[in-house]
Design a binder for this molecule. Structure first.
Ligand code: KIV
Length: 276
């Protein structure tokens, strides 16, 4: 029954939330990637990735939409179940899609579905001060939560595009305050997207929980990228923070191992991937 106790003696036990907290304390960088199917999940896992996210980015990179807005809870569950079958070591997080957490009751119901039907070990939602009550409600019911702040792609139609956040002092202060409020409400991880390096640094310095960045500079506790972006599968213009890890490698596994090594060695992100 207590499989986790049996795994204590293993040299490479599955990652859990305690592992991630310990990594933050030890200043060991956390390598995260998205995945959407079992085959890629197995490769991402074999490369030594610590956290795998079934992101609603699947709406863009798998389904071909121009935003993440059309993704449904059923879509995430379908992909999360497939990814879970490919993982041995990495910690599985699944995204709550647009409007699937508008009220505390709806958030709880959909989180339970992602965990029970999708085999996720944590859910991620895009949040700010307005989602503090939702995070509190989920935490009260022992749902592990990753709160995504900064650029929130589900709000693209409200904000008028994919924009860097935190460049003006009021916005920067608001981001730091929301991060603290979300942690205090019970968030176990904070993920920040597209902010200047200094904001990433301040937020990871002020929070006790691990802070994962995407376009948030080198000073956060871990990095995440969309798998198809870093493998150079995505066509057209990719964001400034993306590095093509497939270049110079003859297999996807070699590219993924290069990513994990670059994150752990703090060689990625380099200055050209950062915002100021
Ligand atoms: O949906 C997603 O893939 C994400 C990452 C960009 C962090 O939220």
């Amino acid at each position: 029954m207590y499989t986790q106790l049996e795994q204590r003696g293993m040299t490479d036990p599955p990652v859990n939330i305690s592992t991630l907290r310990r990594m933050k304390q030890d200043r060991e960088a956390i390598a995260c990637l998205t995945a959407y199917d079992a085959s890629y999940a197995a490769l991402v896992d074999a490369a030594g990735t610590d956290v795998v996210l079934v992101g609603d980015s699947l709406g863009m990179v798998v389904q071909g939409h121009t935003t993440t807005v059309p993704v449904t809870v059923d879509d995430i569950i379908y992909h999360s179940r497939a990814v879970a079958r490919g993982l041995r070591h990495a910690f599985l997080v699944a995204d709550m899609p647009f409007m699937s957490y508008a009220t505390p009751a709806q958030a709880l119901q959909n989180s339970v579905r992602l965990m029970q039907e999708g085999a996720a070990k944590m859910i991620k939602l895009e949040g700010g001060a307005g989602q503090v009550g939702i995070v509190e409600h989920l935490a009260k019911h022992d749902i592990p939560v990753c709160a995504h702040i900064g650029l929130k792609p589900q709000s693209v139609h409200k904000i008028g595009g994919f924009k860097v956040r935190g460049r003006d002092p009021d916005d920067a202060l608001q981001l730091v305050e929301s991060a603290v409020q979300l942690q205090n409400a019970g968030a176990d991880i904070v993920l920040i997207e597209c902010v200047p390096n200094e904001i990433g640094k301040s937020i990871s310095g002020v929070l006790d929980v691990p802070v994962i960045g995407i376009g948030a500079g080198p000073h956060v506790d871990g990095q995440i990228l969309v798998l198809y972006d870093m493998l150079n599968i995505t066509q057209g213009r990719t964001p400034k923070f993306v590095r093509n890890f497939q270049r110079g490698h003859d297999s996807p596994l070699a590219a993924l191992q290069a990513y994990v090594a670059a994150v752990k060695g703090r060689e990625y992100p380099a200055p050209e991937h950062c915002f100021s």
